[in-house]
Write a protein that binds this ligand. Structure first.
Ligand SMILES: Nc1ncnc2c1ncn2[C@@H]1O[C@H](COP(=O)(O)OP(=O)(O)O)[C@@H](O)[C@H]1O
Ligand SMILES: [Mg+2]
Length: 359
């Protein structure tokens, strides 16, 4: 087991900069997720940690040792990819044992390591089968077993579950979490799936165009997104964003419905200025009809069973808004429902820098 330090890590291909200086101290035994949309540089960052890509700037250390010039095979890491190529002509035992054989580890030791891993992964009864005789989920477990038997200092995962169907992904998430609990090996896990990031990570690094926009625990990132990008990326359906004006004291936000929302902490710097207000669909209140209520005009409704998503618009400029309610609600297009935006649930962002403002 080991710590991993990323110190101003940069990457460019020719003139094209793709990673712009990432800093992160990953603790011994931590499970950290690198989350972001396709093309934001997740795999590049992971491959630099693995030693499969040269580093253009900064340093990467594993267990306190700078790794910039160290060959992948000497970094004591194991990597699981999306396309976990197993050797088709070898049975499961041989697939899991192969890496150890090459390292010339004694036969008895190989047997014992493979058997132990197989037991934990519930593969013991499949050791004599060929990969083609296994399901997708079982094959993925073999790919992990192959890494576990090597007893590396660090596990690297690049979207390992994205080829599996939704149900299996859910199961594998739980298995991965349990494996991590059992072995406690420092793990760095790349995904574009926010659910994986929220459920697997002790912390996550949210990447946006080669920058680490925010590093924090899933709850921190959900509760206090550092940028508008992070706010919109975490949460489903995504956060609503409204263009609002603050009053001349910076103590109220003027909503499209002309309602003035009192801010928990006044923002003198933004008095009289435009800001971006974020509110999650699950945090908007629907309440009894009253004179003060804002009204949402329902455009369409998605009934998910456990939840209902209501998409509509409100205010003079017909600002779009999505609300998420628990349970099933029967609503018609054109219906008006009274809503309010609770001030303790809003997020404010600077419209130019898109950075979080205030608390
Ligand atoms: N060998 C390469 N040469 C030039 N550009 C590359 C190369 N590999 C990746 N890129 C670019 O770097 C960016 C990040 O890629 P990648 O790390 O694969 O993203 P992600 O894994 O987040 O989808 C992309 O814009 C991609 O086009
Ligand atoms: Mg990738």
């Amino acid at each position: 087991m080991a710590t991993v330090s990323l110190n101003d890590v940069r990457k460019q291909y020719g003139q094209t900069k793709v990673i712009h200086g990432v800093n992160c101290e990953i603790a011994d035994g931590e499970f950290i997720v690198i989350l972001g949309p396709s093309g934001c540089g997740k795999s590049t960052l992971l491959r630099m940690i693995a030693g499969l890509e040269m580093i253009s700037g900064g340093t990467i250390s594993i267990g306190g040792q700078v790794m910039n010039e160290v060959e992948p095979t000497h970094r004591d890491i194991a990597m699981v990819f999306q396309n976990y190529a197993l050797y088709p002509h070898m049975n499961i035992f041989e697939n899991m044992a192969y890496g150890l054989k090459i390292q010339q580890i004694p036969k008895a030791e190989i047997e014992s390591r493979v058997k132990q891993a197989a037991e934990i992964l519930e593969l013991s009864h499949l050791l004599k089968r060929k990969p083609r005789q296994l399901s997708g989920g079982q094959r993925q477990r073999v790919a992990m077993g192959r890494c576990i038997v090597r007893q590396p200092k660090v596990f690297l995962f690049d979207e390992p579950l994205s080829n599996l169907d939704a149900k299996l992904r859910g199961q594998m998430r739980i298995e991965l979490k349990n494996l991590h609990k059992t072995f406690g090996i420092t793990s760095i896990y790349v995904t574009h799936d926010q659910v994986e990031a929220m459920t697997l990570g002790d912390r996550m690094i949210v990447m946006d165009g080669g920058y680490a926009s925010q590093i924090g625990s899933p709850i921190e990132v959900y509760r206090k997104p550092a940028t508008k990008f992070v706010a919109g990326f975490i949460g489903a359906p995504p956060m609503n964003f409204l263009d609002v004006q603050l009053d001349s004291e910076g103590s109220h936000a003027l909503l499209p419905g002309k309602e003035a929302l009192s801010l928990e902490t006044p923002l003198a710097d933004y008095a009289g200025k435009a800001v971006t207000l974020g509110i999650r669909p699950e945090h908007i209140h629907v309440h009894e009809e009253s004179d003060e209520a804002q009204h949402l005009n329902v455009d369409y409704v998605e009934t998910l069973g456990a939840d209902t998503l209501i998409h509509g618009h409100f205010g003079e400029d017909q600002t779009k808004l999505t609300i998420r309610l628990q349970d099933i609600h029967f609503l018609e297009t054109g219906q008006r429902i009274p809503i309010s935006i609770p001030s303790n649930r809003i997020h404010l962002f600077d419209p130019q820098t898109e950075l979080r403002i205030g608390d």
